[in-house]
Ligand binder design. Structure first.
Ligand code: ADP
Ligand code: ZN
Length: 527
């Protein structure tokens, strides 16, 4: 008899109050309850928690949950206790006495679930403690953190490969929402789970409409988007900096949209208050840095808007995935522009981390840019990124499917940009950012153009056929296609290995046409 006919299903009803399992949950739970190892890939909101919580309740002993999200442990444990589950956690936020209480409960067999931060498992004291109790299952949450190529690598996760050797009879379940094929393999290998069964849920979120628009006046574009499509809806607006979070929240409030800021610079009380208002109230907008959202479980988030470019496709997918958990139509909307690319490249180059780290960050950014600049179905590109097969006919629910972008032969335009970069470098030994290159092509005699005699260059004024916005679009797409690169603190443009083939006319450069400026730039529509 499948276990789900009996104890697991009974536990789902009795403890969690749910009718039925979702998607892969039943298969995963059945496998783990029977003692098998499992690697589970499920998108955010897919219901990963039950995959280990129910086996922990059904099997004798305590389920050990390894999670890097220390800040959420208290909430998770409180929520479980409210359901009558005997849960506890051990992490660095506790004092000695609190920890002793939890340890004693574990040893006495009085815990169903014990949450631990990964660094704990490097301590002999913790391993000793675990050896003296009875363990039902090891759950390794956010398992992609073991991947050195992922966007979230945590060295402490590497120590988790020990668990299988030390407790060969205890099933292990590794869970993640973000895994490309490469990460998936790395999880299996580094956690030493060669015999694990793999459960891969679909990453498609069909009710989310993906849209990426060129950035002109982001706050006004956002306002128009909210007024036209999401008046009175709850949603999250992501910005990169605390400063822009504050300014955007003020701007929305001033324009009649109820919005509160959320970022790590606010005191804990304010943050908690804003978060709980968001969960409780209808139609509140939270403007936040990515500090907001982990573990937030609000089903009716109708939109997620990005005013700045996420650092990776994984980040984008995770953040947009907070929209529409109830399955109703929702929008993932983003405004993106050339400055985003330049700024992020600068951050990577001036940031901490070794060369390998930078290369990885750059590769993540490249994948994100490719998603922004694609003329193909966005959903298809997302799914392919996660190693899943998209519908070749397109999804019909993203901007590129709904209004297919026109493409044009941008070979000559690309050559003009690249040869301006070459001339500056070869003839003058100079490097400049995108703004100067575009000014030269447009033949603008700005102070900086005069100062450097750039009106004497043969390319000066040779690009009048396109507008400034269009030229910036060309530069952006060249960056996204790897035909141009950004360098150094000032974001100067330099050629790549691939640039030469364009300059020698050995290849063409298809570019996507800049869509018409959105209605948001109507003058006087907002202040
Ligand atoms: P994840 O960890 O994959 O992001 P969660 O485990 O937090 O997702 O689950 C997301 C939401 O779905 C939670 O509110 C959870 O209670 C709910 N949920 C999970 N499984 C079921 C189910 N079988 N039936 C109803 N709701 C469920
Ligand atoms: Zn599509």
């Amino acid at each position: 008899m499948p276990v789900t006919d009996s104890e697991a299903l009974a536990t789902l009803h009795r403890v969690f109050g749910y009718e039925a399992f979702r998607g892969e949950q039943e298969a995963v739970i059945e496998h783990v309850v029977a003692g098998g190892d499992a690697v589970v890939l499920m998108p955010t909101g897919g219901g990963k928690s039950l995959c280990y919580q129910i086996p922990a309740l059904v099997r004798p002993g305590t389920g050990i949950v390894v999670s890097p999200l220390i800040a959420l442990m208290q909430d998770q444990v409180d929520a479980l206790r409210a359901l009558g589950v005997r849960a506890g956690f051990i992490n660095s936020t506790q004092d000695f006495d609190e920890r002793r209480v939890v340890e004693a409960e574990f040893l006495a067999g009085e815990l169903d679930l014990l949450y631990l931060a990964p660094e704990r498992l490097r301590l002999d004291a913790t391993l000793d403690l675990l050896s003296r109790g009875k363990i039902s299952v090891f759950a390794i949450d956010e398992a992609h953190c073991v991947s050195q190529w992922g966007h979230d690598f945590r060295p402490d996760y590497l120590a988790l490969s020990l668990l299988g050797e030390r407790w060969p009879d205890v099933p292990r379940i590794a869970l993640t929402a973000t895994a490309t094929r490469a990460t998936h393999q790395e999880i299996t290998q580094r956690l030493n789970m060669p015999d694990a069964r793999h459960f891969v849920a679909s990453f498609d979120r069909p009710n989310i409409q993906y849209r990426i628009v060129p950035k002109s006046d982001p706050k006004k574009q956002l306002l128009a988007f909210l007024r036209e499509e999401h008046a009175g809806d709850a949603g999250i607006v992501y910005c990169l900096s605390r400063n822009s979070v504050e300014k955007t929240a003020e701007f929305l409030t001033r324009n009649g949209i109820e919005a509160v800021p959320y970022h790590a610079g606010l005191d804990a009380g304010t943050r908690a208050a804003h978060q709980s208002r968001f969960l409780r109230e209808d139609g509140l907008v939270v403007v936040a840095t990515i500090a907001f959202g982990m573990g937030i479980d609000k089903p009716d988030v109708r939109f997620v808007a990005h005013l700045d470019l996420p650092k990776s496709v994984e980040g984008y997918y995770q953040e947009t995935g907070r929209a529409g958990r109830d399955g109703l139509p929702s929008t993932a909307w983003m405004a993106y522009g050339l400055n985003d690319v330049v700024q992020q490249r600068k951050l990577i180059q001036s940031g901490e981390g070794d060369e390998a780290f930078r290369r990885r960050a750059a590769a993540h950014l490249d994948a994100m840019l490719a998603l922004c600049e694609t003329a193909q179905c966005r959903r298809g590109q997302l799914l392919a990124y996660f190693g899943q097969d998209p519908d070749p006919a397109g999804c019909g629910n993203c901007d590129t499917c709904l209004t297919p972008p026109e493409t044009w032969d941008g070979t000559i335009a690309a050559q003009k940009v690249l040869s301006t970069v070459v001339r500056l470098q070869r003839e003058r030994g100079q490097k400049f950012g995108a703004g100067q290159i575009v000014d030269i092509l447009l033949g603008k005699r700005t102070g900086k153009v005069i100062q450097f005699d750039h009106d004497q260059l043969s390319v000066f004024g040779k690009g009048q056929e396109l507008t400034e916005g269009e030229w910036r679009g060309v530069v952006r797409q060249l960056l996204a296609q790897g035909l141009l690169a950004v360098e150094g603190e000032y974001g100067t443009l330099v050629l790549t290995d691939a640039s030469a083939s364009v300059l020698r006319s050995e290849r063409t450069v298809p570019l996507r046409k800049e869509p018409k400026r959105p209605a948001a730039s109507r003058p006087g529509s907002a202040s």
